[in-house]
Design a protein around this ligand. Structure first.
Ligand SMILES: Nc1ncnc2c1ncn2[C@@H]1O[C@H](COP(=O)(O)OP(=O)(O)O)[C@@H](O)[C@H]1O
Ligand SMILES: O=C(CO)[C@@H](O)[C@H](O)COP(=O)(O)O
Length: 495
C-alpha cells in the first residue's frame, strides 16, 4: 500500500445504532483509520436516544482512530435524519431525542396534513407529505404531550446539527437534512413561517441553513480533534451516502440498514402527493426523491432470532408471507401495524419463514422504488397499476443502470439474492462499506480542497465493487406479498 499523501479528513456517520468515524486520505480516498461505538435506542412504544450518548459514541470512535485523527484538516458529520433534538438555554438536551422511527406522532401527522390543505398541498409546497418520521410531527407531539419540555426548549436541532454544533459552537444545518423536517419548504428553499406559526415554534430556535459547500465553522479547542480544523456543513445520512457514492442523476440506490431506503438524485424537484416518496433536497443543489421503510435489517434479524436461525439460513419454496412491520410502518404508511404472518402449512420450514421476512422487507422497498424513479423521470406517473415492483420500471432516465446496494445488509448474501430475485435488476455492491461516513469525508475534502464532493467521491472510486447480473423477476412472490398486503389492510390499520 502506498504511503498516504494527505491531507487527512474525517467523515462521521451518526446512525440509529452507532457512531462510525473514518480518517480518509483526501488525495486517494484511502481509509487510514476507523472507529465505531454503539449508542442506545430506548425500547417500548416510542424510540428515543440521548444526544449526549451520540457525542460520547462519536468521541469514542474518534479515539479508536488513534493519532491519524489528530492530523485531520477537516471533518463532516452525516446523521440519522428527522430526529427532534431539544436543547435548553445552556445547550443541554431537555429530554432524549425523538427518533425518525418513533411513530407516536401519527395522529399529529394526520392533523397537520389536514390543517395545511391536504397531501397534494404539502407535496407542492414542502416536496413531501409529513409521515410521523418528520420532525414537524414530533414537535407537535411534544407540545401536546410534554408542554413543559417544549416550553424549556431554547434551540431545536437535528441529530447531525447537534453534533456539528458540539464541534463548532454554532447553530447550523444544511438543506438536505432540513428538507426532512417538514418546516423547510422545498418550493422556496427556506423555513416556512406559516407552518412554524401553526405549531408554535419560533424560527429563532432553528439553526441557520448553510448553502451547499459553505463551512459550518472550525473545531473548538479542547476536543479530541485538532482545534481550528474546518467543519463542513454535514447532512442527513442518506444525502451523505449519495455524496459518498458520487451518485449521478437517475442512478438508483437501495440501502439496507435499520431503515431501508431507496432513492436517486434528481435534477427536478419531487412532489409526490401520495406521500410514498419524500421530496428531499440533496446536499448539493439537486434533489433526492426517497422512500423509507421502518423495518429492515433489525426486523429481519429479529425474525431470525425468533426462529433460532442464522440470518443466512433461508430456504426457498412454500407460500408463507411475512409482513415484518414490527415497528409499525412508513412505506406503506401503516404506523399502527404490527408484523403479520400468513400462508403457513404443515410443511412450511423455519427457513422459508425467514425467507418470507426478507421478501416482505424487500418487496416494500422495490415497490416504492418504482415511484421514486417515476418522480425522477416525469413526476406525472403513479405506481404501476399491477402493484408489483418493477412492473412499470425504466420508462426513462438511466435505463437498466444497476441498483447500487449499500448499508450493513449489503454484506449479506440472503439480502442481495432477495433483491436480485424480486427486482429482476442487475445489482452492484460497492466494496467500500461505510458510504455515509465516506460521503461526509468527501464533503469535508470538498470544503478543504474547494472541489465538488461528488467529484471527490468519483475520484476515490467509492462505488466500485462486484456486479451481479439480472435474474428473471420472481413475479409469483411479489404478487403474493402484494395481495396479502391489500387483503390485510383493515387489520394493519387498526389502532
Ligand atoms: N454480514 C452481514 N450480513 C447481513 N447483514 C449484516 C451483516 N453485518 C451487518 N448486518 C446488518 O447491518 C445492520 C446495520 O446496518 P447499518 O447500515 O450500519 O445500520 P444503521 O446505519 O441504521 O445503524 C445490522 O442491523 C445488521 O442486521
Ligand atoms: O428516516 C430516514 C430517511 O427518511 C432514515 O433513513 C434515517 O435517516 C435513519 O437511517 P439509518 O440509521 O437506518 O441509517
Amino acid at each position: 500500500m502506498a504511503a498516504p499523501e494527505g491531507p487527512f479528513v474525517i467523515g462521521v456517520d451518526s446512525s440509529t445504532q452507532s457512531a462510525k468515524a473514518l480518517v480518509v486520505d483526501a488525495a486517494t480516498g484511502e481509509v487510514v483509520a476507523r472507529g465505531q461505538a454503539p449508542h442506545t435506542v430506548t425500547p417500548g412504544p416510542g424510540h428515543e436516544s440521548d444526544p449526549e450518548e451520540w457525542w460520547q459514541a462519536l468521541t469514542a470512535a474518534l479515539e479508536q482512530c488513534g493519532p491519524a485523527a489528530q492530523q485531520a484538516s477537516a471533518i463532516s458529520v452525516g446523521g440519522q435524519q428527522h430526529g427532534l433534538v431539544t436543547l435548553d438555554a445552556d445547550g443541554r438536551p431537555v429530554r432524549p431525542a425523538l427518533l425518525w422511527n418513533d411513530v407516536r406522532s401519527a395522529p399529529q401527522s394526520d392533523r397537520l396534513i389536514e390543517r395545511l390543505g391536504g397531501p397534494a398541498a404539502w407535496a407542492d409546497r414542502f416536496g413531501s407529505v409529513p409521515a410521523p418520521a418528520f420532525t414537524v410531527t414530533k414537535w407537535a407531539w411534544l407540545c401536546e404531550n410534554e408542554p413543559d419540555s417544549a416550553a424549556a426548549t431554547s434551540a431545536v436541532r437535528l441529530p447531525h446539527d447537534y453534533l456539528t454544533g458540539r464541534l463548532t459552537g454554532e447553530g447550523t444545518t444544511d438543506r438536505g437534512d432540513a428538507s426532512g423536517t417538514g418546516w423547510w419548504a422545498s418550493s422556496t428553499g427556506a423555513y416556512d413561517e406559516e407552518i412554524l406559526e401553526l405549531i408554535g415554534l419560533s424560527p429563532k430556535l432553528l439553526p441557520r441553513v448553510l448553502a451547499p459547500g459553505e463551512a459550518a465553522g472550525t473545531v473548538r479547542p479542547d476536543l479530541p480533534l485538532p482545534a481550528g480544523a474546518l467543519v463542513a456543513s454535514g447532512t442527513g445520512d442518506n444525502m451523505a451516502a449519495a455524496l459518498g457514492l458520487g451518485l449521478r442523476p437517475g442512478q438508483p440506490v437501495l440501502s439496507l440498514g435499520t431503515s431501508g431506503t431507496v432513492y436517486a438524485v434528481s435534477t427536478r424537484r419531487p412532489t409526490d402527493p401520495t406521500g410514498t416518496v419524500a421530496g428531499f433536497a440533496d446536499a448539493r443543489g439537486d434533489w433526492l426523491p426517497l422512500a423509507c421503510t421502518l423495518n429492515c435489517t433489525l426486523a429481519v434479524d429479529r425474525v431470525a432470532a425468533l426462529l433460532s436461525l442464522d440470518r443466512e439460513a433461508v430456504e426457498g419454496g412454500g407460500e408463507a408471507v411475512l409482513l415484518p412491520f414490527l415497528d409499525g410502518e412508513r412505506t406503506p404508511n401503516l404506523p399502527y401495524a404490527s408484523g403479520l404472518l400468513s400462508g403457513l402449512r404443515h410443511d412450511t420450514t423455519p427457513g422459508q419463514v425467514l425467507q418470507a421476512a426478507y421478501d416482505g422487507a424487500v418487496f416494500a422497498l422495490l415497490r416504492a422504488l418504482d415511484q421514486v424513479l417515476d418522480e425522477r423521470d416525469t413526476g406525472a406517473q403513479g405506481a404501476h397499476p399491477s402493484g408489483a415492483p418493477g412492473a412499470g420500471r425504466d420508462t426513462g432516465g438511466e435505463g437498466d443502470a444497476p441498483l447500487l446496494l449499500i448499508g450493513g445488509g449489503a454484506k449479506g448474501t440472503a439480502w442481495r439474492e432477495t433483491v436480485r430475485r424480486l427486482s429482476g435488476r442487475p445489482v452492484q455492491v460497492p466494496r467500500a462499506e461505510e458510504l455515509v461516513a465516506l460521503g461526509a469525508a468527501a464533503q469535508a475534502a470538498g470544503l478543504l480542497l474547494e472541489e465538488d464532493p461528488t467529484a471527490v467521491a468519483r475520484r476515490w472510486g467509492t462505488a466500485q465493487g462486484p456486479s451481479y447480473e439480472a435474474v428473471p423477476r420472481d413475479e409469483a412472490t411479489s404478487t403474493r406479498v402484494a395481495e396479502t398486503l391489500a387483503g390485510a389492510d383493515t387489520l394493519l390499520r387498526q389502532r
